[in-house]
Design a binder for this molecule. Structure first.
Ligand code: FE
Ligand code: FE
Ligand code: ZN
Length: 275
């Protein structure tokens, strides 16, 4: 069975998300650890988290893929804002300890003109600090579309971060819309892209995928998600992805422009494609 789910609203707590996931045929899901466009985090509720953990176990969920806030830029130019972002990262990982054994994915950051190397150095410094606490969560860097000064639009850039952090535990989440927008042709050569990922980063680092179609053409560096099968990637690309032997068992997360009924249909569609 595919480990498949979608992005859910965290506003009613963790146990409510598991319940919602079950109602739409999901066995994993994603959620924002705090306001996606701000820094405010919700009040912690250990009883709710414990209930969620029990439900996840009972229903044999695959690892969840929490998502850091978009506003958390670990390589912003202002040192004070950068230090604040690093604190947010550490706090997010601490919060993930309530749901142990899951993934936490985030956008590496935008270097805002400082250059990729400076950006990588700053991202790695924040990660080293956050990972030093050894919270029971695996951190994933998301592959980006290479919009503006985003770091992580090339596999080489993610590898630079991984090397600078020096942790065997740091993983990657591959976003299908982002990599295609970023110039990796998963439509015509999924095997080739995965081989390149393996050569540069190593497939052992690949822990999760975001399944999104794209509103824009190949290598557009735009990052606008489309519903599955309705964009430039097309249905056949997703059939290849969910059936690829090298991607077997990964947590697959939809971040398509849908409400719950739309997500339920896409989950059913993709489950129906599994050979
Ligand atoms: Fe993302
Ligand atoms: Fe994504
Ligand atoms: Zn995106």
């Amino acid at each position: 069975m595919l480990n498949l789910g979608c992005h859910l609203s965290a506003s009613n707590g963790n146990a409510a998300m598991v319940k919602t996931a079950l109602s739409i045929g999901a066995n994993t899901f994603a959620f924002f650890t705090r306001n996606p466009r701000g820094s405010k985090a919700k009040q912690e509720n250990p009883a709710d988290a414990a209930k969620a953990v029990a439900m996840l176990k009972q229903n044999r969920f695959a690892p969840l893929v929490a998502h850091g806030a978009y506003t958390m830029n670990l390589c912003t130019a202002d040192p004070e804002a950068r230090a604040f972002a690093a604190e947010i990262l550490t706090d997010d990982l601490r919060r993930m300890a309530q749901l142990p054994g899951n993934f936490y994915n985030f956008h590496p950051g935008s270097h805002v003109g400082q250059g990729v190397e400076a950006g990588v150095e700053q991202i790695a410094a924040a990660l080293k600090q956050a990972l030093s606490h050894d919270y029971p969560v695996t951190v994933l860097l998301e592959t980006m579309a290479g919009k503006g000064s985003e770091v992580g639009g090339r596999f080489e850039e993610l590898k630079m971060i991984i090397d600078a952090v020096g942790s065997s535990d740091l993983g990657v989440c591959l976003d299908t819309c982002h990599v295609y927008d970023g110039g990796y042709d998963i439509v015509n050569d999924l095997d080739g892209v995965l081989a390149e990922f393996d050569r540069i980063i190593g497939l052992d680092r690949l822990k999760a995928l975001h399944l999104n179609d794209s509103k824009n053409p190949f290598a557009s560096h735009k990052d606008r998600h489309e519903c599955i099968g309705q964009g430039s990637l097309g249905l056949e690309t997703f059939r290849s992805v969910v059936n690829h032997p090298l991607l077997k068992g990964k947590s697959l997360i939809l971040e398509t422009p849908n409400e719950l009924p739309g997500y339920a249909s896409e989950i059913a569609l993709l489950r129906g494609m599994e050979i």
